[in-house]
Design a binder for this molecule. Sequence first.
Ligand code: IPM
Ligand code: MG
Length: 369
Amino acid sequence: MIVRNVLALAGDGIGPEVLLATRRVMDWFQSTGRAKFNVSEGLIGGASYDAHQTPLTDETVARAKAADAVLFACIGGPKWDQLPYDVRPEKGLLRLRKEMGLFANLRPAIVMDALASASSLKTDLVRGLDIMIVRELIGGIYFGEPRGVEQLADGTRRGYNTQAYSTAEILRIAHVAFELARKRGKRVCSVDKANVMESGLVWREEITKLRNSTYPDVELSHMYVDNCAMQLVRTPKQFDVIVTDNLFGDILSDLASMLTGSLGMLPSASLGAIGADGRQPALYEPVHGSAPDIAGKGIANPLAMVLSLAMMLRYSFSLGKDADLLERAVQNVLSAGVRTGDIAEPGQIPIGTTAMADAVIAELTRLAK
Ligand code: IPM
Ligand code: MG
């Protein structure tokens, strides 16, 4: 059986707890002979800064590139908020994305039946929701040059960043969105701010050309990002695949996550281009942050990371059946009313991180019989 080399990066806050829970689920897949993992751990974010004065060492970058996949939890916290930008925890993650070439960020927003009433929207608006947000991850204003802070003659300052997208950057993310749409509802909504920004105009025109030349079977629509934010809370089920840039994707994916009831439920996959050797760089991470307020208490919801593991099984290791099994186990556990605090409804007694992992493992065992 192929041994899959996984680099696990716990990061900060609740990271170590949710990673531990997820590693136990990985152990289940190993002990039942479904997969073989060689997992090693590394530091990122504040944890790396504390040990090495940098949020990501060259050594960790090299290990991430050599791994078959990276499983990453979350970074950041008040302890490191006052650091300069180039050593902030966030910088470690941004550098890792860039160095690994992870241009495509897949963020599914799926409402599981058992959680439909946990959404802040009316249940019938979100029941059955299944959106895939495809976010460009290593371009745009996050990385654009020039950027900086300059001192002005009058003693005040000016901070600035640059939003820019080239044809090549747009096309490679658009291909990912169209290909995904073909396996789903065959509809792509491209989101930009073409009414105000040149980068948005180029974005819109390049995607339209690509659709017409290569994906005539996929329906393409366009939306300005402000309208998209509004439509997402008005009638979210109108969307199938949304493709958008780095900044808009960051914002819209947080918005979409709340449609599902909890940020603690959403997984994501970040993928690069398939290399000449057939390998595809990949990193899997929950969409939630490090939740410093509940870190170390053993109450964090590990399901976003467990579901990120399912995405890893599906996208990196072609273990689609095992991914389905894991997603089914999570759904069944939720249907049985098992909840962590963030998704508990009135009358449900919240359980902790370890107990949630136990419940998922017990359900996997039951389903596998
Ligand atoms: C995300 C996060 C990151 C981002 C931060 C932590 C740098 O918000 O993955 O959405 O802005 O991309
Ligand atoms: Mg974000």
